[in-house]
Design a protein around this ligand. Structure first.
Ligand code: SF4
Length: 288
């Protein structure tokens, strides 16, 4: 890393001051979860919201709310109180017209029934299914669940997009986001899972985070894949070993909110806390 750790950390703290805000949270699928009170109800909402977290943010959030609407204010209770057949029949009717880009109503029904099945086995929602076993890495545990879901969900589900496997080198942004929401205790995350190792979380790498990470030297990789997610996370872990994803929300919202032009120059970057450590477009803009 060319920039000193202290300088980078100071700038990233400034980024948090700017983007760790209620307004930014309103433009994030995580905001949907705060409409639910019970921990398992929030987990069901997160399982749906993270899975659908692709595409333009505002219509995506509307699609997530519509997907959860048939389950009422207590989605986990709703799923637990019904037999699989009754839940399937009611949800199939309610979600028949629902769609979000690559996902259809029947996909969502299958996804919710998968949560119900996994919860019935564990009695405690999904955390036991994603906890690493003895000698197993967190990604080994995630891969195990992904492989299981690939066999249990309908063949039409589209395994590569909907069920990426971290051990195949996928960035697994939506699974990483789900885990961050469930495990991290710092704002804005829920911290519902106390047994999962928070210091082993891996960044939910999307195009925005990948781009800005390159600009500030967190990674030099070109492709936003699983290797880059690990490299960015390793760089962030050097800044905060116990909480490597502390800066993820702010990094992603710099891009989501359209505030980063991709070339470091004034006046467009005048407000950016990363200006002093950013190398965006350095080859094209030698002096500023
Ligand atoms: S290009 Fe500008 S806005 Fe984007 S990270 Fe660099 S300084 Fe910040």
């Amino acid at each position: 890393m060319g920039t000193s750790t202290t300088a980078l950390k100071t700038r990233l703290e400034g980024l948090c001051e700017r983007y760790d805000t209620a307004d930014a949270l309103d433009r994030d699928p995580l905001s949907v979860l705060f409409g639910y009170e019970g921990p398992l109800d929030r987990e069901v909402a997160a399982f749906v919201a993270a899975h659908l977290a692709y595409g333009r943010v505002d219509p995506m959030i509307r699609a997530v709310r519509a997907a959860l609407a048939p389950l009422g204010a207590r989605p986990a209770t709703w799923l637990r109180e019904r037999s699989p057949a009754a839940a399937q029949m009611t949800l199939s009717a309610a979600l028949a017209p629902w769609a979000w880009r690559f996902h259809t109503g029947p996909d969502l029904v299958a996804w919710l029934l998968a949560w119900k099945r996994l919860d019935l086995e564990s009695g405690q929602g999904l955390e036991p299914h994603l906890l690493p076993g003895p000698g197993e890495s967190p990604d080994g545990a995630l891969s195990r669940l992904v492989q299981r879901l690939r066999t249990e969900l309908p063949a039409s589900y589209g395994s590569r997009f909907s069920l990426p496997d971290p051990l195949d080198g996928a960035a697994c942004k939506r699974w990483r986001m789900f885990l961050r929401w469930m495990v991290r205790t710092g704002w804005p995350d829920l911290g519902l899972w106390s047994r999962y190792p928070a210091d082993r979380l891996i960044i939910p790498l999307d195009t925005h985070v990948a781009r800005v990470s390159r600009y500030i030297g967190l990674s030099h990789r070109a492709t936003p894949d699983g290797k880059m997610a690990l490299e960015v996370t390793d760089s962030l872990r050097r800044l905060d070993p116990a909480d490597p994803l502390r800066y993820d929300f702010a990094l992603s919202h710099l891009g989501i909110l359209g505030d980063c032009p991709g070339v470091r120059k004034r006046p467009t970057c005048a407000e950016c806390p990363l200006y002093a450590v950013c190398r965006a477009g350095a080859a094209r803009t030698a002096t500023h």
